[in-house]
Design a protein around this ligand. Sequence first.
Ligand code: HEC
Length: 113
Amino acid sequence: MPRYALHALAAAAAALTFAVPAAHASEARDTAAGMPLAKADACFTCHAVSGAKIGPSFTDIAKKYAGKPEDDAEKSVEAGIKDGVKGTMMMAHPSISAGDLDKIADWILSLAK
Ligand code: HEC
């Protein structure tokens, strides 16, 4: 198969992955340390990888920070999780360890890459 055809196929596959919410995209990331932590902390009660639930999807949160310096984005996401967002259903999570916060934030931010 000529190279350009492969490219077209890859692009089509990428577009499909994007259009069909998550199943495959998220599977590829199941190995990332942050996702099982987010599951264990019940984050998925209100968030999904894609598609809004009670809260915005983790992918949309990641997109909000896309293009910002990585350190700033990570700090903001970690603070959002730890302190919550006042006046919303996003409660504070003071008992999540710094190490776990870091992993969860890394995983969330990886979703827009
Ligand atoms: C009871 C529902 C609920 C639970 C549980 C919950 N969230 Fe949220 N979360 C929300 C809502 C609603 C928002 C949107 C807040 C707003 O309007 O800015 C949000 C926003 C966020 C944001 C974006 C903060 C920002 O910087 O704007 C992050 C990151 C986030 N949640 C991560 C998590 C993680 C990680 C967990 C698990 C430890 C979690 N959430 C658990 C409801 C929830």
